[in-house]
Design a protein around this ligand. Structure first.
Ligand code: AP5
Ligand code: MG
Length: 213
């Protein structure tokens, strides 16, 4: 089954998907991570997606569906899949419905965070280019400034975490992605979890919702 983890850029989807997959054994599928892998490898998809992502806009739906099918195909039908970053518009949500015979969506959990908090989180985020670990300069700092706790690589700032891209991403979320909350509401699948506070507290709330599915 699929659990859609949705919310604005910086809401903590990646942080929580990582905790839930590590501790509960769920599979996590982040379309943003998959796209960044393509960009790093310089694939045809990466060449198309890189510039779009850096600006903060959405990569075309057909590219995303190709990635989704590829990644889901590698995951067994009996697994719990946490889908982070897809769907991002109504058309993607409708496309996801076409997979429901094998991978039904059981819930769309919305991590809700205020815009000012989102901007602070995205501006302070640092990521490890080697192992993918995520930190924040004040909220979740690495033990040694600028160095990954797990693999000792130099931490980076994501290309789309620059102020101009952050603004575009938040606006794109409001215009294109927020309507999916209503889409899942009408299907009785919408769940809301407060995305502020300690990551541990948010993790417990999410686990309670998923356990009840
Ligand atoms: P994607 O990688 O999905 O980015 P996003 O949705 O903008 O979300 P983020 O990864 O920025 O935030 P997050 O919610 O994962 O937060 P995180 O846990 O890191 O997509 C990137 C781009 O790819 C898109 O803009 C688009 O171009 C393209 N793309 C991807 N999917 C697509 C699709 N389906 N269709 C079209 N295009 C697509 O946390 C953020 C920071 O906050 C971190 O520093 C973290 O340490 C900190 N933090 C986390 N939790 C807390 C907390 N509780 N308190 C304080 N700080 C916290
Ligand atoms: Mg993320």
């Amino acid at each position: 089954m699929i659990v859609v983890l949705t919310g604005a850029p910086g809401a903590g989807k990646g942080t929580q998907a990582e905790l839930l997959s590590q501790r509960c054994g769920y599979k996590k599928l982040s379309t943003g991570d998959a796209l960044r892998k393509h960009v790093k490898l310089g694939t045809d998809i990466g060449k198309v997606a890189g510039a779009i992502m850096e600006k903060g806009e959405l990569v075309p739906d057909d590219v995303l569906f190709k990635i989704l099918k590829e990644e889901l195909g590698a995951i067994g039908a009996t697994e719990v899949v946490l889908l982070d970053g897809y769907p991002r518009n109504i058309s993607q949500a409708e496309t996801l419905e076409t997979l429901k015979a094998t991978q039904p969506v059981k819930a769309a959990i919305h991590l809700e965070v205020d815009r000012n908090d989102l901007i602070a989180r995205l501006s302070g985020r640092r990521v490890c280019p080697s192992c993918g670990s995520t930190f924040h300069v004040t909220e979740n700092p690495p033990k040694k400034a600028g160095i990954c706790d797990k693999c000792s690589s130099q931490l980076n700032q994501r290309a789309d975490d620059k102020p101009e891209s952050i603004g575009v991403r938040l606006d794109v979320y409001e215009k294109n992605t927020r309507p999916i909350l209503d889409f899942y509401g009408k299907k009785g699948l919408y769940k809301k979890v407060a995305g502020i506070g300690q990551p541990e507290t948010i993790y417990k709330s999410l686990k309670t919702v998923i356990d009840a599915l």
